[in-house]
Write a protein that binds this ligand. Sequence first.
Ligand SMILES: NC(=O)C1=CN([C@@H]2O[C@H](COP(=O)(O)OP(=O)(O)OC[C@H]3O[C@@H](n4cnc5c(N)ncnc54)[C@H](O)[C@@H]3O)[C@@H](O)[C@H]2O)C=CC1
Ligand SMILES: CC(=O)C(=O)O
Ligand SMILES: [Mg+2]
Length: 370
Amino acid sequence: MLIGVPKEIKNHEYRVGLTPESVAELIQDGHSVLVETQAGSGVGASDEDYIAAGAKIIETAKEIFEKAEMIIKVKEPQAVERAMLRPGQILYTYLHLAPDAPQTEDLIKSGAVCIAYETVTNDDGILPLLRPMSQVAGRLSIQVGAKALQKDGGGRGMLLGGVPGVAPAKVVIIGGGDVGFNAAQMAVGMQADVTILDRSNKRMEELSYHFGNRAKVIRSTPAVLDELLKTADLVIGAVLVPGAAAPKLVTREHLSTMMDGSVLVDVAIDQGGCFETSHATTHADPTYIVDGVVHYCVANMPGAVARTSTYALNAATLNHAKRLARLGWKEALRSDAHLLNGLNVCEGKLTIEAVAEAQGLEWVEASSCL
Ligand SMILES: NC(=O)C1=CN([C@@H]2O[C@H](COP(=O)(O)OP(=O)(O)OC[C@H]3O[C@@H](n4cnc5c(N)ncnc54)[C@H](O)[C@@H]3O)[C@@H](O)[C@H]2O)C=CC1
Ligand SMILES: CC(=O)C(=O)O
Ligand SMILES: [Mg+2]
């Protein structure tokens, strides 16, 4: 199969769909790979590295989209990229369609076969292609939250861990999945006062067992959240209902009960955000203030640590990429129900119920496209 890797064009997105090492594996399997010039420069992979791995370097994204049978990316295609997609072409990348009607419409119109990393499942009941980036974003959320709590970040001037004689900052993590767990690990490590909220009994048990007395694990209810927000210094939004738009758990009214200079980091912003006052920001201008509360809502947080993220992402995405290339999309999806769960749009049809529900659109079962 002819595979294409364009350079990412989202604001401050330095990751790349395939590392040179992944390219070498695909070449070994008998495929051909086109890589846009400088696609890997943000992770320290030069055009020469890709050539040594067996790829051909291409000057423009246009030529890659014209020629490749499968496009491998990281972030959702931007409008100019969507316009270049072709009927029957495979697009393998993050999509996050539920909160993004224009993208959904364009992908349906394109006739392409669009597989979203974030809805591929596995036998352990996790989202294995989302997990590595959730681990990165969870860890980063405490780093960026700590910075935002500083006076120069717009915050109330709190050190997460406090110092002897002064209490640490209160960190509330809403959603104790991959993002929440990793955020809690960092916050606990920095000696903050950490509370994790979740709704799943199984997850609460796991978190409780893991963190012991280093973090409080509490069932997420509106009343609990109302109370915790009044004294929280840093709140991390980390809930997910797979494929669906994030529930708005922190409302505009809540902000008036919070302390001036407290900080909200909405990691769930890629699914629309779990705070009512969230809107997506960029690495170039990551924060804004509403009612005295600092908001950080960057939808591609892992792009900031592109090298770590690209290698972690490739470790999760490459096997399915190889199967798609070897078998073609129909057979690869027919023979793997977990990969089939990743199919969001197929040759002009929406194939994921949660997105259809979020946008009031028609949808068909993914299996009906095979
Ligand atoms: N902004 C960014 O750059 C990135 C964003 N993300 C996003 O972060 C979000 C979280 O991802 P993961 O941690 O991997 O998901 P996950 O599925 O591992 O965890 C989500 C957790 O939220 C819990 N939950 C659901 N509803 C809840 C509620 N009402 N109250 C409390 N907990 C609730 C679930 O029980 C689950 O434990 C997703 O939207 C994901 O796409 C992930 C990576 C990067
Ligand atoms: C998952 C996601 O939104 C990201 O890695 O950018
Ligand atoms: Mg997860």
